[in-house]
Design a protein around this ligand. Structure first.
Ligand code: SP5
Ligand code: ZN
Length: 339
């Protein structure tokens, strides 16, 4: 399996996030990518596809915000990482506000996604990693490739960040696969948290099937998306499928849900699969509540490989750093076994 990663993805290192009313050490640490990469003997650097594939998913003003935010923060005399504190959720009228604090709220849905001096570089190369892995998986005879994306992407929408995510790598990959000639792209999201950004981006798009298995948002972040009755916009009903599962879910029930997801993807007629893979379903993950064991991961990936679709696997979450490398390696290994 070819693995893509760029060292610039490790530069982004926010100090802290707001969590249950307290400032805690940031969970999405650079060491996550390092400990995964150590399990692979060879790593390919991504090509630079430029800005165009990012702008097929994200609004230009949002991307410009990400790029410039930390500089504006420093110019305003601030120390530390950019974090907003005013969120226009009550749909205030569109205004062209320039103060960094207005923009940091406008373009975010939570206070857990700080911007550092290096965030843009890391997010940009994470997206390039997704693009190169997609191009690789799309080549005839290649079949599967792994983009070691970090920072992750699935909580980021067209014009917002959140949940440690800035650019939506999976959505960028799906659009890229379409550009390479695939017309029925499915995104399967297996991170513990619902992929609200990916869902929003494709909600009204009947040509991309979004399927997510995740912790029930009645109990878990991101709360406001991922409920089973969210099935796609009016022109695309049935192109979103949400499978929320309760706290404590183990491999037996998870595998039933996965089987349903995979049959839905096959029935929909997918010709390319983007797999948003989070290892935060692991039993000892510090911020999640499923009970998937290390030996379960290759069982899941073997099931997925039986779809026989060209597949790009993109890294999302997973926060038990000591076990993360082994969990991801086990998952990737099972994918190769099942082919
Ligand atoms: C990509 C990804 O996995 N993002 C996850 C973002 C989650 N952010 C907030 C999580 C809050 C979890 N609270 C659980 C408390 C356990 N002590
Ligand atoms: Zn997650």
């Amino acid at each position: 399996m070819i693995v893509f990663f760029d060292f610039r993805q490790a530069l982004h290192a926010p100090v802290r996030e707001l969590h249950n009313g307290e400032w805690v050490a940031y969970n999405e640490v650079p060491e996550r990518a390092a400990c995964i990469s150590r399990h692979f003997s060879s790593i390919a650097g991504p090509e630079d596809h430029g800005m165009a594939p990012l702008l097929r998913v994200h609004d230009r003003d949002y991307v410009e915000f990400l790029r410039a935010a930390h500089g504006e923060w420093v110019a305003a005399g601030r120390a530390g990482d950019v974090i907003g504190y005013t969120f226009p959720v009550v749909q205030r009228r569109p205004l062209s506000l320039t103060r960094i604090d207005a923009k940091a709220g406008l373009y975010a849905f939570d206070a857990a996604t700080p911007i550092t001096a290096d965030t843009w570089s890391s997010a940009y190369w994470s997206a390039q990693t997704a693009l190169s892995a997609t191009g690789c998986a799309a080549k005839p005879g290649m079949g599967v490739a792994f983009g070691l994306c970090r920072p992750p992407g699935h909580h980021a929408g067209r014009n917002y960040m959140g949940g440690y995510c800035y650019l939506n790598n999976a959505a960028i990959a799906a659009r890229h696969a379409q550009g390479l000639g695939f017309s029925r792209v499915a995104v399967l999201d297996m991170d513990y948290h619902h992929g609200n950004g990916t869902q929003d981006i494709f909600y009204d798009d009947p040509d991309v099937f979004f399927v997510s298995i995740h912790g029930d948002p009645q109990k878990d972040y991101p709360f406001f998306w991922g409920h089973a009755d969210e099935q796609g916009g009016s022109g695309a009903v049935g192109s979103t499928l949400n499978i929320p599962l309760p706290h404590g879910t183990q491999i037996d029930k998870y595998r039933v849900a996965l089987d349903f997801a995979l049959r839905s993807i096959a029935n929909w007629g997918a010709d390319f699969l983007v797999l948003s893979f989070g290892a935060d379903t692991f039993e000892d993950d510090p911020i999640s509540n499923f009970r998937i064991r290390r030996e379960d991961f290759p069982v899941l990936s073997s099931d997925i490989s039986k779809l026989g679709l060209p597949t790009v696997i993109l890294m999302e979450g997973g926060y038990h750093v000591a076990a993360l490398g082994e969990n991801v390696a086990a998952f990737i290994q099972g994918f190769s076994n099942g082919e």
